[in-house]
Design a protein around this ligand. Structure first.
Ligand code: GDP
Ligand code: IMO
Ligand code: MG
Length: 429
C-alpha cells in the first residue's frame, strides 16, 4: 500500500509550505490538511498569480486532485467562504475537489472575540496570536464543548450554537471586553450554508479507503514544529500538534501509514508574534533579510522577525518529526551577504548548550560558524550543478550536520524557481 508523505515546517512557520505543496501536487492524488486553521497563510505563485490559502489545501490549483480538510483542522466558515470566492474569481471552481471532515471543529465568532480578549488581558506577555480564534476553539475541542462541521446538518445545531455562545459571553463579561458575537452572526451563518454545500465526509474512513485504493497522499502541515503545542517554545506556540504525529491524529491514519517526512526550512529563520528567538537580528542585517525576503505575514501583514539559521533548533525538529528529506527555501534571499552565519549552539551562564533549554526565557547567546556567501544571481537556476560552490557548500554543511539529504531547494516564490537535487531518483522518491 502507498504511504502518506507528510510535508511540515521545521521552524516557526512560513517556511514556504504552500509553494512546495503546489509544486509537488502533480506527484500525488490527494492533498490533506491535518491541523491548524485560518492562522495559516500558505502562498502560491505561478503564471503571475500570487495567491494565499488559509484553510484550503495547497493542491487546489491542480484540477482533479482531491483536497481534504481533515478532522484536526479548525474552520471559520466566513474565512472559508472568502477563500472559495477568491478561487472562483481566479476561475478555479473547487467544489468538486474539496472534501471537509465532519469531525473538523468550527471557529465561532465568540471564539475570535475570546482570542482578542485573552490576548489583550496578557499585556506584554501576549502570544502575538493571529486572532483568528484558534486557541479558544481548540480549548473547546479538548474541553469537550466544541461544535463540529457534522453538527451543522443536525436539528439541534442552533441550540448547541446558542449554548456555546452564551457560555462564551459569560467569560467575556469577566474580561470586561466589549464586543458581541451577534455582530458577526449573519455572515457566520451564511458561511455555514457555504460549508454545507460542500462534500462533508467521515474523513478517517474516506482517507483510509483512498490509501487502500492505492491513491498517494501528501499531508500538508500548517505552522511549524517550533510552534507545536507540546514541543514548541511554550507558551508562545499555537494550539495544535504541528508535528508529524499531528498527521495521524488530524487525519485518522496509523503511524505505520506514514512514508516520507518532508521537513521544510528557510535558509535563515523568521518568526511572527512573540516568544524566544535566539538568533534574531534586530540590526540592519535582520532588516535586510526582511526586505530581500519580503518577510511580512501572509495572514496578518505583520513584519516577521528575522535571524540566522538555527541548527540546534533544526536538529530538534528533525528528531521530533523523523524527517527523512529536507527542503530548503528562500536561499536566494541570502544572495549578496558576504558572510553567512549558522548557529551551532548557545551559551548560557558560561555553559555551552547544544539544544534549546526548558526555560526558553533564559537569555541565550548564539554561537556561530561562518561560511562565505555568494554574489551571483541564482534565482533562475534549475540545476544543482550550476549553483555557486559557496551555495553548495552551505547545503552540504547542513546535510553533514543533520545527517538528512536536502532534496529540494527553492530559489524564488514561483513554481519554476525550484531545484530538484536528485532528479534521477524522481522528485520525491
Ligand atoms: P507557508 O506559510 O509556509 O506556506 O509560507 P508563506 O507563504 O506564509 O511565506 C513564504 C513566503 O515566501 C511567501 O511569500 C512565498 O511566496 C515566498 N517564497 C516561498 N519560497 C520562496 C523562495 O524560495 N524564495 C523567495 N524569495 N520567496 C519564497
Ligand atoms: P503558516 O501555516 C507563522 C503564530 C502566531 C503566534 C502564534 C499563535 O502560515 O506557517 P495563533 O493564531 O495560532 O493563536 O498564534 O503562532 N502563527 C504562525 N506564524 N506562520 C503560521 O502559519 C502561523 N500560525 C500561527 O504569529 O505567534
Ligand atoms: Mg504562512
Amino acid at each position: 500500500m502507498p504511504k502518506v508523505d507528510v510535508l511540515l515546517g521545521l521552524q516557526w512557520g512560513d517556511e514556504g509550505k504552500g509553494k512546495i505543496v503546489d509544486v509537488l501536487t502533480p506527484e500525488y492524488d490527494v492533498i490533506a490538511r491535518f491541523q491548524g486553521g485560518p492562522n495559516a497563510g500558505h502562498s502560491l505563485e505561478f503564471h503571475n498569480i500570487k495567491h494565499v490559502l488559509h484553510t484550503i489545501p495547497s493542491g487546489i490549483f491542480h484540477k482533479g486532485k482531491t483536497n481534504l480538510i481533515g478532522n484536526g483542522v479548525v474552520i471559520d466558515p466566513v474565512i472559508f467562504t472568502r477563500e472559495i470566492e477568491a478561487l472562483e474569481e481566479l476561475g478555479v471552481y473547487p467544489r468538486d475537489d474539496i472534501y471537509v471532515s465532519k469531525k473538523a471543529h468550527l471557529i465561532l465568532p465568540s471564539h475570535r472575540i475570546l482570542d482578542a480578549a485573552t490576548e489583550a488581558s496578557k499585556g506584554d506577555t501576549k502570544i502575538g496570536s493571529t486572532l483568528k480564534g484558534i486557541g479558544p476553539t481548540y480549548m473547546d475541542k479538548t474541553g469537550r464543548n466544541g461544535l463540529r462541521v457534522g453538527d451543522i446538518v443536525l436539528p439541534d445545531f442552533i441550540e448547541k450554537y446558542n449554548f456555546l455562545k452564551n457560555k462564551h459571553r459569560e467569560i467575556l463579561r469577566q474580561y470586561d471586553f466589549e464586543d458581541d458575537p451577534e455582530n458577526y452572526e449573519e455572515e457566520w451563518f451564511s458561511g455555514i450554508e457555504t460549508v454545507k454545500s460542500f462534500k462533508l465526509v467521515d474523513s478517517e474512513h474516506f482517507i483510509n479507503r483512498l490509501i487502500k485504493e492505492n491513491k498517494s497522499v501528501l499531508a500538508e502541515g500548517a505552522q511549524g514544529t517550533l510552534l507545536d503545542i507540546d514541543f514548541g517554545s511554550y507558551p508562545y506556540v499555537t494550539s495544535s500538534n504541528t508535528i508529524c504525529a499531528g498527521a495521524c491524529t488530524g487525519l485518522g491514519i496509523a503511524p505505520t501509514a506514514i512514508g516520507e517526512v518532508l521537513g521544510i526550512f528557510k535558509a535563515y529563520c523568521t518568526r511572527v508574534g512573540g516568544g524566544p528567538f535566539p538568533t534574531e537580528l534586530t540590526d540592519e542585517t535582520g532588516a535586510r533579510m526582511r526586505k530581500q525576503g519580503n518577510e511580512f505575514g501572509s495572514t496578518t501583514g505583520r513584519p516577521r522577525r528575522c535571524g540566522w539559521l538555527d541548527l540546534p533548533a533544526l536538529k530538534y525538529s528533525i528528531m521530533i518529526n523523523g524527517v527523512s528529506r529536507l527542503i530548503m527555501t528562500k536561499a536566494d534571499v541570502l544572495t549578496g551577504f558576504k558572510t553567512l552565519k549558522i548557529c551551532t549552539g548557545y551559551k548560557s551562564n558560561n555553559q555551552v548548550l547544544d539544544s534549546l533549554p526548558f526555560d526558553t526565557a533564559q537569555p541565550l547567546e548564539p554561537l556561530y560558524t561562518e561560511l562565505k556567501g555568494w554574489d551571483e544571481d541564482i534565482s533562475a537556476i534549475n540545476n544543482y550543478g550550476e549553483l555557486p560552490p559557496e551555495f553548495t557548500g552551505f547545503i552540504e554543511y547542513i546535510e553533514k550536520e543533520t545527517g538528512v539529504p536536502v532534496t529540494i531547494i527553492s530559489l524564488g516564490p514561483s513554481r519554476s524557481a525550484t531545484v530538484f537535487r536528485h532528479p534521477d531518483q524522481g522528485r520525491i522518491s
